[in-house]
Design a protein around this ligand. Structure first.
Ligand code: HEC
Length: 153
């Protein structure tokens, strides 16, 4: 798991670099960004980015990447559940009618199996409300809107 997190870190740096308006961030930016938090990211979101290490096993956050065990989460905040046509969501998720906001992400991340019964996310849940809040703040940053441009999706 640690290995995976280490591998993902440059990926986050790429996304931060992408805040400059570049969607296909050149690999050289990995060095200059260095994994430091971007000025636009709050301390809470930065904490969420670290906590996201355990989600990154299953979820990509780079919009140019595909899905893993779980769907790509770029732009998930504010979007309806099961929005990716090329990901095989559970029937439960497809029929949930959920829109991902603070109100829905909080109970889902606390206990995915309970909030979406029959759902497929094999994550035990985060019991600490502060950590869930941090994760949600991080998910909010996964959008072009933080760069002042329209969300591509
Ligand atoms: C073991 C793999 C796994 C882990 C770990 C995991 N997820 Fe998921 N996640 C999934 C799968 C699979 C789905 C699709 C669920 C379904 O179809 O019922 C999903 C769905 C989601 C969705 C809904 C996406 C959509 O397009 O509607 C969100 C949001 C989400 N996960 C966030 C997280 C966060 C945040 C974490 C870490 C705290 C996390 N997940 C950890 C596998 C995982």
């Amino acid at each position: 798991m640690n290995m995976r997190f280490v591998l993902l870190t440059p990926l986050f740096a790429l996304i931060l670099a992408a805040c400059g308006g570049e969607t296909e961030a050149p690999s050289a930016n990995v060095m200059s960004a260095g994994g430091a938090s971007a000025p636009s990211m709050s301390a809470q979101a930065a904490e969420g980015r670290v906590l996201f290490g355990e989600c990154g096993i299953c979820h990509q956050v780079d919009p140019s990447k595909g899905h893993r065990i779980g769907p790509n989460l770029y732009g998930v905040y504010g979007s309806p559940a099961a929005r990716h046509a090329d990901f095989r969501y559970s029937k439960a998720m497809q029929n949930s009618g959920i829109v991902w906001t603070e109100e829905t992400l909080d109970p889902y991340l606390e206990n995915p199996a309970k909030y979406v019964r029959g759902g497929r996310m094999a994550y035990r849940g985060q019991s600490d409300p502060e950590k869930r809040k941090a994760l949600i703040e991080y998910l909010k940053t996964l959008t072009d809107e933080t760069a002042g441009t329209a969300n591509a999706e």
